[in-house]
Design a protein around this ligand. Structure first.
Ligand code: ADP
Length: 340
């Protein structure tokens, strides 16, 4: 859209350990209110925009903000309306780390919003206000889930960013961070980089597509000679030990292919998160688990693995669900806080 035609208002940032997420709203000056009615992201007479940058390239992000004049989409402090000081809502650790840099480069101040509050506000907003937001993913099939507004709570929110947070959500602003794990998206990308020499996250993800984890993982069948260990309900293809086959001294290390390693790693981490999520859902009797965070990237194998883990451990009782705007929960929550 032609920026001169639209008015940017309300820029919010979520500056995480790995990625910076931006949400901003543009109003179209001359457009009749109903023209945008059918557009997915339309809000009254404008639209929401989403963007992301690597946190290590924060200068590119600030450049993008400046050249699109997004920083003018803040607000002036109500206690000091005459002041020129514009405030921008931001969450995530970078709201602390980069406050001075942002002030210096953009001339605006950061109003910090608490990270968990933002994640929950973002998730609640998406689940209530956006049509076709949550979906299940099993055996390659994506199915949108109808969310009944009166029957949304309680649910478990699992945000898989660099690290993982698990939050029990009981209502608007009512939540508790009940668990988490440091084995998350940062672990997949970090370990994956060390093991495969991939240059980017997307390359690692793409590589995992082509791999076969059975070359790396020790399966029940490898231990039981191809037989199912049916007495305790394990099929021959169940992973008994992630990476357990790489101990073989009959194969040279160079024979283990990067694509197989990437796939085992993705399976190990997704499985582990799915299992911890399920155990926490069990602790509190939660049937619905929503997974967010940029680790997921709507990636079929990741979602399939998480769904299978939740389904397997809960014997079909609990359901894993994913969100279309998975990576933007925190940024959306910070954006929503302008209303407060
Ligand atoms: P954080 O707020 O901690 O940065 P995010 O929700 O943004 O968390 O997720 C970061 C994770 O997303 C990374 O650890 C990585 O696994 C994954 N990821 C997805 N896309 C990218 C990308 N383009 N570059 C780096 N990591 C990415």
């Amino acid at each position: 859209a032609d920026q001169s035609e639209s008015l940017i208002s309300h820029l919010a940032l979520d500056i995480g350990g790995t990625l910076i997420k931006l949400v901003y709203f543009s109003r179209n000056k001359d457009r009749p209110i109903d023209e945008n009615k059918n557009s997915k992201n339309s809000v009254i007479d404008g639209r929401l925009h989403f963007a992301k940058f690597e946190t290590s390239k924060i200068n590119d992000c600030l450049e993008f903000i400046l050249s699109n004049k997004l920083h003018l989409g803040g607000f002036r402090h109500h206690e000091d309306p005459a002041s020129d000081n514009i405030l921008i809502k931001a969450t995530g650790g970078g709201a602390y780390r980069f406050a001075d840099l942002i002030k210096e480069k953009l001339g605006v101040s950061i109003e910090k919003e608490e990270e968990m509050e933002c994640l929950v506000a973002g998730a609640n907003f998406l689940l209530k206000a956006v049509h076709q937001e949550a979906y299940t993913y099993m055996d390659g099939r994506k199915e949108f889930v109808h969310i009944d507004h009166n029957d949304l709570y309680p649910y478990l929110l699992v945000n898989i960013g660099s690290g993982v947070s698990m939050i029990k959500v009981d209502g608007d602003g009512k939540f508790e961070r009940i668990s988490g794990t440091s084995v998350g998206g940062g672990t997949f990308w970090g370990l994956g980089r060390l093991l495969t020499k991939c240059k980017s996250f997307d390359e690692l993800l793409e590589l995992s597509h082509q791999g076969n984890n059975r070359v790396i993982d020790m399966l029940v069948g490898d231990i039981y000679g191809g037989l199912d260990y049916s007495k305790i309900g394990l099929s021959s293809t169940t992973i008994a030990s992630s990476f357990g086959k790489a101990i073989s001294n009959t194969r040279e290390l160079e024979e283990y292919k990067p694509e197989d390693i990437a796939r085992s790693l993705l399976r190990m981490i997704s499985n582990n998160i799915g299992q911890i999520a399920y155990l926490n859902a069990l602790r509190f009797g939660l049937k619905r688990i929503f997974f967010g965070g940029f680790f997921i990237r709507s990636h079929a194998f990741t979602m399939d693995t998480i769904s299978v883990a939740v389904n397997f451990w809960s014997k079909g009782e609990a359901k894993a669900m994913f969100l279309n705007h998975e990576g933007f929960l925190g940024a959306l929550g910070a954006f929503m806080s302008y209303k407060k």
